[in-house]
Ligand binder design. Structure first.
Ligand code: UDX
Length: 469
């Protein structure tokens, strides 16, 4: 089947490049499209331009060895030479919280113009996160207008959302929990389902062997759900909104637990997680969620609901709890250190989560802002994200970046653990004792507080009530 399919993937961001890489690894002839010449040149050299585990080896293999992936800025010509196009361009937030669809519009225009001069059936698949009805009202309308062709007759149309996590995106693309296909018509859905069945076919071949060696499990075909286009669009938002709700729920409870002597949110999360209706995942209290997906998608749903005369009170609370949660780290610091003016405060971890250099909506940004507004001097270290952090919110000019983890302890009044990188998990009480005063505020609850306190650390953690014995 992969011999008949020629794929074009519009957009080389997280979703686009990883999807293109994985399809190419399965043997599909794949062309990654982007307007950015530098990104295209990098891909054609077998190189990547953002940090993501397993991606450099994958891209190198498919570009230089298998030669199944190439990249191009010649979008219209490339689409004409293909028969399936995946739209994977970004849909960033606008200042009012709604979704910016301008990249989607340009991608649809490219496809429409290409189809105008092309014979034969072409399948168009929207993978970007787009608010309900966008595939039908925007993508389909633009393609039909530009090409003078009809969806469901001359070209196929599907919406297939992506659920990958940053830092685990290669794993999540090879081993997804589910595939959702929103189909405009039966033929389009059937065709896309056949492509996914081919991608995830269970065989003892090189593809399966490579990934089994890396991740220790066999490639299997996930459940494929074929639904309407609008259902698929809604599933993506419901998925992310529910996960964000779980995090804000546990953070809300963490704040309550801090006020109850002898209670630890970790014990609460462990116990409720054993109820199979709740499950233990996404119940880790901390400094709040970041990156574009949860904040972007929940905000987009809030705006969408309001535009459709519904007041989404629960989703608004999810965002409000999250904004407050990062500031809770600073309150905990003040409760121990007192006035923060001229105090040296260290931030351990800047990225929104470990194994990524992504700084978008990272809780560290809110925490640093709050510390600076209280007159503190901030020093920060992160194993990957320092260069990205310098560009965020003018942090490059506002705070000091340590050259090494060791440097962070010099003359410091409090250390705030914001991102749970493995390097930080290895730290012991003796490391923190190099500080002016060994105050640790654990925003991800990675340390054994009993041991730390016994060894002389002044420890506070999110969701930890006063110890009574
Ligand atoms: C998320 C979704 O998981 C993914 O399905 C979707 O496609 C994109 O958005 P991602 O943002 O990459 O993925 O990371 P994820 O691992 O889900 O973490 C998101 C944020 O939530 C991080 O800031 C993390 O620290 C925080 N988080 C996660 C918690 O605070 N507690 C938890 O229990 C889990």
């Amino acid at each position: 089947m992969h011999k008949e399919i020629k794929l074009t993937v519009s957009g080389t961001g997280f979703v686009g490049l990883i999807t293109a890489g994985v399809f190419a690894d399965r043997g599909f002839s794949t062309m990654a499209l982007d307007v950015d010449e530098k990104k295209v040149a990098a891909v054609n050299k077998g190189e990547t331009f953002f940090f993501e585990p397993h991606l450099p080896d994958l891209i190198k293999r498919v570009v230089l060895e298998k030669k199944t992936l190439t990249a191009s800025t010649e979008r219209i010509k490339s689409i004409q030479e293909s028969n399936v196009t995946l739209i994977c361009v970004g849909t960033p937030s606008k200042s009012d919280g709604s979704c910016d669809l301008s990249y989607i519009e340009s991608a649809a225009k490219d496809i429409g113009q290409a189809l105008a001069q092309k014979d034969g059936y072409h399948l168009v698949v929207a993978k970007s996160t787009i608010v309900p009805e966008t595939t039908r009202t925007l993508i389909k309308t633009i393609i039909e207008k530009e090409s003078n062709k009809k969806a469901g007759i001359d070209f196929g149309l599907c919406m297939s959302p992506e659920f990958l996590r940053e830092g685990q995106s290669v794993h999540d693309t090879i081993f997804p929990d589910k595939i959702v296909i929103g189909q405009f018509d039966e033929k389009s859905g059937k065709k896309l389902e056949a492509i996914f069945q081919h991608l995830y076919r269970e065989e003892n071949d090189e593809f399966s062997g490579t990934w089994e060696t890396i991740f220790g499990k066999k490639v299997t075909c996930p459940k494929i759900l074929r639904r309407s286009i609008e259902t698929a669009e809604c599933i993506k938002y419901a998925n992310n909104s529910f996960l964000a709700t779980k995090i804000s729920f546990i953070n809300e409870f963490a704040n309550i637990c801090e006020r109850v002597p002898g209670v630890d949110i970790k014990h609460i999360a462990e116990a409720i997680g054993l109820d199979f209706r709740i499950n233990p995942k996404f119940l880790q209290a901390g400094a709040g969620f970041g990156w574009s997906c949860f904040p972007k998608d929940v905000n987009a749903m809030i705006t969408f609901a309001k535009e459709h005369n519904h007041n989404p009170k629960l989703l608004e609370s999810v965002m409000a709890v999250n904004a407050q949660q990062a500031k809770r780290m600073v309150q905990l610091t003040e409760e121990i250190v007192g006035d923060l003016k001229e105090k040296q405060i260290a931030i351990l971890g800047l990225s929104f989560k470990p194994e990524t250099d992504d700084m978008r909506n990272a809780p560290s940004i809110i925490i640093i802002d709050e510390l600076l507004s209280k007159g503190a001097n901030v020093i920060a270290w992160d194993p990957q994200a320092i260069e990205e952090a310098k560009k965020e919110n003018d942090l490059g000019n506002k705070i000091t970046f340590a050259n090494s983890l060791e440097e962070i302890f010099d003359n410091t009044d409090a250390c705030l653990l914001v991102t749970e990188w493995k390097q930080f998990k290895k730290l012991e009480a003796k490391d923190f004792k190099k500080m002016k005063k060994p105050v640790v505020i654990d925003g991800r609850r990675i340390y054994d507080y009993k041991k730390f306190r016994k060894e002389g650390i002044i420890y506070a953690g999110i969701g930890l009530g006063e110890i009574i014995n």
